[in-house]
Design a protein around this ligand. Structure first.
Ligand code: AHR
Length: 502
């Protein structure tokens, strides 16, 4: 049985915002220390940044990088992270039960972004757990005010004459989660988020602000949380956040492969909730979505470590260092497709995280850096997923899943670049069978297949590791054709596919 869809330039979803290819650097485990920053590493530059990692970050194509947490931010004192390194205090990091040395801080983060290049943009999270309006304003003044005030002059005295120009700010992190330091009810959080936003706009009306939504669609307060928070903040914020992580549960791989069904429904439910509040408030404004944490994460493994008491106040311990398989990368690719399919409202998204911690890039202290399987779908989507997302409605054979019922075997989207070329991103969820695909695209005026690249393997459990860092990589698929306005391809079992057409 074939899967089919039609592409027509007249039917689009919306323009992809480059911020859809954002990522996330948290002071967690080895994301910062021995991840991006390792002064003693043979490839480190004068600032202590690992050049081998920087090269991979550039190749990955990330844009906005959220910082410094995550759960870490809810205990973060930004003042600790600036000024002479030797004067910076060591602190307890309650979120990850680690010791934070503050050797890497705000100025180093901005320098890291500059070295990535102009596509990299700061996205700063504020501590609304243990702190509030005053500290947010102080950080904003320190970071963004040009000169002539105590905090902007302090920044200059610290060696950063030019303001950092941080445009997009997260008003706290996962404030709905009981695990969050300073966790709040929706009413409590909505109030502090509104007042922080109002005050920040007094400094700069042009800041872009993200209110915390739910930590996952399965939170007991989901949707009611968003509604209450947005009632308080609707006119003051630009985005509501979403976080989602997926892993197989009880060995149910078929449902795991369909994780994007949950992600898409999460997005659609948040859009519905936000628009409901907009309608109630008789507002013309639309709130967009910042999917600022998403990934495959074997969270159950983490909970085992968490409960074992084995991580007491270490510096940069090995935490959340998931090693991803081909199957994980296929699910990951499908999550990327879900984001692209909703590019009209999801205008920011951050892959959590960038290095070592549930990350596409891994490192060894003093040793090499390498690409995980998930590196490839991200890099390809960030490179070719630029332009207008075309409306894709698939007619696909289905399979039965425990969690989501009858589910399409094909998950797909297509993006049309400014020059008229089109890239189809497609996942075959079948663990056993190839999926023949036919796309009618006469209206696009395309004539040839530039490349069909696939990530698939006879062993879906294959991974890249320190010992075998290049075991998995995408390969070129032969036999894909474009004739008389019809694209024909065979998608290998359990595969992520990128088909470029010109
Ligand atoms: O990305 C890891 C953690 O997941 C973040 O710190 C937190 O926001 C989320 O629960």
């Amino acid at each position: 049985q074939k899967a089919r869809f039609t592409l027509d330039p007249a039917f689009t979803v919306g323009e992809v915002n480059p911020r859809l290819f954002g990522s996330f650097v948290e002071h967690l485990g080895r994301c910062v220390y021995t991840g991006i920053f390792e002064p003693d590493h043979p490839t480190a530059d004068e600032a202590g940044l690992r050049q081998d990692v920087l090269d991979l970050v550039k190749e990955l194509g990330v844009t906005a990088i959220r910082y410094p947490g995550g759960n870490f931010v809810s205990g973060y004192k930004w003042e600790d992270s600036v000024g002479p390194v030797e004067d910076r205090p060591r602190r307890l990091d309650l979120a990850w039960r680690s010791t934070e040395t503050n050797r890497f801080g705000l100025s180093e983060y901005i320098a890291f972004l500059k070295k990535i290049g102009p596509q990299a943009e700061p996205m700063m999270a504020l501590n609304l757990g243990t702190r509030g309006v005053a500290e947010a304003l102080e950080l904003q003044e320190y970071a963004n005010h040009p000169a002539g005030t105590a905090l902007s002059d302090l920044r200059a005295a610290h060696g950063d004459k030019d303001p950092f120009g941080i445009k997009i700010w997260c008003l706290g992190n996962e404030m709905d989660g009981p695990w969050q330091t300073g966790h709040k009810t929706a009413e409590e959080y909505g109030r502090v988020a509104a007042e922080t936003a109002r005050a920040m706009r007094q400094i700069d009306p042009g800041v872009e602000l993200v209110a915390c939504g739910s930590s996952s669609q399965s939170m007991p307060t989901f949707a009611a949380w968003e509604a209450t928070v947005l009632e308080e903040t609707y006119d003051l914020v630009d985005y509501i956040s979403l976080h989602a992580y997926y892993q197989p549960e009880e060995g149910d791989l078929d449902s795991f492969l369909a994780s994007a069904v949950d992600m898409e429904s999460f997005i659609e439910n948040v859009v519905a909730t936000a628009d409901h509040i907009g309608a109630k408030l008789k507002s013309k404004k639309k709130i967009n979505l910042s999917f600022d944490e998403w990934n495959v994460w074997y969270m159950s493994k983490w909970h085992e470590i968490e409960n074992s008491g084995a991580r007491d106040w270490a510096e940069a311990p090995r935490l959340l260092e998931d090693n991803y398989s081909v199957m994980d990368a296929v699910v990951f690719g499908s999550l990327l497709i879900a984001l692209l399919r909703h590019a009209d409202r999801v205008t920011v998204a951050c892959l959590a995280q960038l290095v070592n911690v549930i990350a596409p890039i891994m490192t060894e202290p003093g040793g090499p850096a390498w690409r995980q399987t998930t590196f490839f779908p991200f890099a390809q989507a960030a490179r070719y997923g630029r332009g207008q997302v075309l409306d894709v409605r698939v007619d696909s054979p289905t399979y039965e899943t425990r969690k989501y019922g009858e589910t399409d075997l094909l998950h797909a989207t297509a993006v049309r670049a400014e020059d008229g070329t089109v890239t189809v991103f497609a996942v075959n969820r079948s663990r056993t069978d190839a999926l023949p695909l036919e796309v009618a695209l006469d209206a696009l005026g395309l004539t040839r297949v530039v490349e069909h690249s696939a990530l698939a393997d006879a062993d879906p459990d294959a991974r890249n590791t320190l010992d075998d860092p290049e075991r998995v990589a995408p390969h070129t698929v032969d036999g894909t054709t474009l004739r008389d306005g019809t694209l024909s391809a065979a998608l290998e079992p359990l595969s992520w596919n990128v088909i470029r057409l010109a």
